[in-house]
Design a protein around this ligand. Sequence first.
Ligand SMILES: NC(=O)c1ccc[n+]([C@@H]2O[C@H](COP(=O)([O-])OP(=O)(O)OC[C@H]3O[C@@H](n4cnc5c(N)ncnc54)[C@H](OP(=O)(O)O)[C@@H]3O)[C@@H](O)[C@H]2O)c1
Length: 284
Amino acid sequence: MSDPSSLPSVAVFGLGIIGSRAADHIAAAGYPVTTWSRSPRERMDFEADPATAAGNAQILVCYLKDVPAVRDVFEKVRDSLGPGKTFVNHATIDHDTTDYLVTECARLQCGFLNAPFTGSKVAASNAALVYYAGGNAGVLERLRPFLEATSSQVMEVDSPLAATILKLTTNLITASTVQALAEGLKISLAYGISAETYLESIKPNACASALANMKVPSMAEGDFDPHFSLSNMLKDSRYMIDLAQRAGLETPGIANTANQMQKRNDLGEGECDFSILFKQFEES
Ligand SMILES: NC(=O)c1ccc[n+]([C@@H]2O[C@H](COP(=O)([O-])OP(=O)(O)OC[C@H]3O[C@@H](n4cnc5c(N)ncnc54)[C@H](OP(=O)(O)O)[C@@H]3O)[C@@H](O)[C@H]2O)c1
């Protein structure tokens, strides 16, 4: 652990599946930490409101859920931002909100880094997130040691918007793959082929993935304990469709998967893992 007096102070906003684990790693690395989340948490570093948590922190980091959460918290900590401060967004957000954070941080003369990530609950527990990071000149170099407290890789990209686009377009593959795995598993089971055999057939195939290894067994067992929630994948799919539409593109694959997710969400399954998509076949 580094000498805490030499490290910048950090405020972490959003103690969900990822933020709670990231905050633990940041504190364990020796950074002085304050935290805030919408629902109170039993933590020594927890503050009752975002402005108090922001206080004099030099780095303000959010692992919040979505666009409304990020915009709302940003407005509540705005007075704490200025020269010498940096706002770091790790939430998966949309095109407009990325632009908004770039503009507002420039107006406030604070640093801004947009660093959405890949890696789920297990990766967060192991400080092995992978960040797609784009920001103001010099910000990433300065923050790299800080980001390494929660990650195994930091991939620098050209701009904050590029980070958002790469996060969303890679998540498109994840959502679409789980939809395809759910369909393939259901067809295999309907013909008496077990989930184990289905997964074994995938492993030497070019379509093999860590995602298949994770999701085929859990879908077959009906284990939908959230690693990445359906409601979060659903909002990301809406942001993906918005990106496509801005580029004048129709994307029927993700549009269909989003509709399937919306149906499960409407049934009250939003906080289950997004692989609960597998249950879409129960209705037919
Ligand atoms: N989990 C993953 O595998 C994964 C992977 C890649 C990217 N991401 C992205 O990373 C971000 C965090 O993911 P997560 O899985 O940790 O999400 P999560 O478990 O749903 O946690 C979301 C956090 O946002 C807070 N929140 C929700 N709505 C809010 C609002 N209106 N105002 C203020 N706070 C609000 C929640 O507060 P309370 O719980 O205190 O109410 C919670 O702390 C999301 O953008 C997600 O898409 C997640």
